[in-house]
Ligand binder design. Structure first.
Ligand SMILES: [Zn+2]
Length: 233
């Protein structure tokens, strides 16, 4: 979870013109509508073309958690530089329309949040009280979404690919937990360390760590072949 959905009205007080009558055309409102349409469009593209997203959507469908674009996603304005979040209370993925401007970024956010949704679907995750559950899902999301395949080449060069990937996953999971829960860095670090190995090695539903779009395509093909095999039994 990059950020849980807050119970506030997304800073509408920052846009006073939105409170004026519907007849007056507000430039703010117009800009927001454009952002919303663009966000919806990029979401549709992600769901139809990203092999990461397609695999997760199929896996959730097969687990009895069919995902519908209108019910389970919401394009909204968010605070700061947050890109998205999974709201466990409503089983909705929040996409931050004001902070996602490129399709590649949208694909990664949709994938990251769908991994949380997948975990939510397959297990009884106690997001709010059990920090180990939250940490585990953040480790999986950072590991499997490609979040750590786009980071800088210099540190890859220094650490080697494998070690770099693990450190990136650890760091991202830690930051995600600290963004949504009021616990100390030391405490969060300890929890991430405790669950790291088992959660890092849990590659469901990918069956591998998809390091690139090509890997994700193979994982998707294998997943579809496996599910067809079981369906024919
Ligand atoms: Zn997350």
């Amino acid at each position: 979870m990059d950020q849980t959905k807050q119970d506030e009205d997304y800073g509408y007080e920052l846009f006073p013109e939105r409170h004026e009558g519907m007849h007056k055309k507000s430039p703010f409102k117009e800009a927001l509508t454009t952002f919303n349409h663009k966000c919806q469009f990029m979401l549709q593209v992600a769901m139809e073309t990203s092999p990461y997203a397609k695999l997760l959507l199929s896996a959730m469908n097969n687990s009895g958690c069919k995902v519908s674009k209108d019910r389970h996603f919401s394009c909204e304005d968010c605070d700061g530089s947050v890109s998205g979040g999974f709201d466990a209370a409503s089983s909705q993925v929040v996409l931050c329309q004001n902070n996602i401007h490129q399709q590649a970024h949208m694909n990664r956010v949709v994938t990251h949040e769908l991994i949380h949704a997948f975990d939510h679907c397959r297990a009884h995750v106690d997001w709010f009280n059990n920090f180990r559950h939250l940490a585990c899902s953040e480790i999986r999301a950072a590991n499997l979404s490609g979040d750590c395949s786009f980071t800088n080449e210099a540190s890859r060069f220094h650490l080697g690919l494998k070690e770099h990937h693990q450190e990136c996953v650890r760091g991202r999971a830690l930051r995600s937990i600290l963004a949504v829960r009021k616990i100390s860095r030391e405490e969060a670090q300890k929890i991430v360390d405790e669950v790291f190995d088992s959660c890092f090695n849990d590659h469901a539903p990918f069956g591998r760590i998809p390091h690139s779009k090509k890997d994700a395509k193979f994982a998707y093909r294998d997943y579809m072949n496996r599910s067809r095999y079981y369906a024919n039994l």
